[in-house]
Design a protein around this ligand. Structure first.
Ligand SMILES: [Ca+2]
Ligand SMILES: [Ca+2]
Length: 341
């Protein structure tokens, strides 16, 4: 009776073909205000894991606040995860922000940097807007997802950018041509507790740039907003920080988390949720609102108004989705780099 094995042998290659035709890695630019809060660091670690898993291609990291240690720190984390040459840009127009953890970039064990890097040693970061333009120009049309998890200073500057020797297109035209969607952590789109006018920090700390983003971002390019309410519904478990990073003596994610939040805090996962949605938009980790339009008011409030074929949607989250998202986030943050430093 060879029938069943034969069927199995016919089925297997079909199954393999299916997996070989898996979606291409998402091409991603990570725009972060990595300075103040530590969720940016966990989000960056996730992106490296996702790249190691073949799910995304991290094209560049741009920084949307001013701090002399921000680019060196990002380079140190990228180097830890095996991407020492990943382009890094930093805003020239953003406000300064102090940090509890960026000093890790300068930490030394003996004479050597604990976390090797070349930015701040023998290289300098690029200017964020020109790096954004250069990165977009080099990608296929309609292929890039921009993840913005801080102030909107860099994307506002991109929107204001004019034709230059990198591209004859101005900012909006370049976005229209190259960007598939933006996944943005900002604002509050649903009631927070009993507060229906919550002012979220990424907006409140630089209202004009988020207003410009909301007003001038091209209508054809969807924006998916992860509001304050999503990240607080998925606290990162402190047990993971305590237990999951012992595969190296010093781990930049663990050390940054402890410097920022200490060992007894489950930090909300604001920025991580925008990464998870950006790379797996079809996996239903989150629900999506209907389409509409976000406007940013002068006090920093993000107002969503439903509109047919509107550019904007926001993430929603059931209890079951929150449980699944939390597991996914932890697994993606704790996975060791393919090659340990
Ligand atoms: Ca480097
Ligand atoms: Ca952030």
């Amino acid at each position: 009776m060879k029938l069943i094995p034969r069927i199995v042998s016919l089925m297997l290659p079909l199954g393999l073909i299916g997996s070989l035709h898996a979606a291409e890695p998402e091409r991603v630019i990570f725009d972060t205000d990595i300075t103040g809060d530590v969720d940016d660091v966990l989000a960056l670690a996730m992106l490296h894991t996702l790249e190691d898993r073949g799910k995304c291609q991290l094209l560049a990291v741009t920084i949307s606040k001013e701090n002399a240690l921000a680019a060196p720190f990002v380079d140190a984390v990228n180097t830890f995860y095996g991407q020492p040459d990943l382009p890094i840009g930093i805003s020239k127009t953003a406000p300064h922000r102090d940090s509890k953890y960026l000093k890790l970039a300068e930490e030394k064990d003996g004479d050597a940097l604990r976390y090797p890097r070349d930015i701040g040693v023998s290289a300098e970061p690029e200017e964020a807007v020109s790096l954004l333009r250069k990165t977009l120009v080099a990608q296929p049309d309609g292929s890039v997802t921009i993840i913005q998890v801080g102030l909107a200073t860099n994307l506002a500057d991109l929107l204001s950018s004019k034709a230059d020797d990198l591209s004859p297109l101005d900012g909006p035209a370049l976005i229209r041509k190259k960007v598939k969607r933006a996944s943005i952590m900002a604002g509050s789109l649903e009631t927070i507790g009993d507060n229906n006018h919550y002012l979220e920090a990424n907006v409140k700390n630089h209202v004009p740039s988020m207003q410009q983003l909301a007003a001038e971002w091209p209508n054809e390019v969807p924006i998916i907003w992860s509001g304050f309410e999503i990240g607080i519904a998925v606290p990162y478990p402190r047990e993971s920080i305590a237990n999951d990073f012992g595969y190296v003596e010093h781990h930049p994610v663990k050390e940054a988390y402890l410097l920022h939040s200490g060992p007894n805090h489950d930090r909300p996962t604001w920025d991580l949720t925008s990464v998870l949605y950006a790379v797996f938009p079809e996996r239903e980790f989150f629900g999506l609102s209907g389409s509409g339009r976000v406007t940013v008011e002068d006090d920093g409030f993000t107002r969503f108004q439903p509109a047919k074929q509107g550019r904007d949607r926001f993430l929603t989250l059931s209890d079951e989705q929150a449980a699944r998202v939390r597991e996914a986030l932890v697994q993606l943050v704790v996975q060791p780099p393919k090659k340990l430093p």
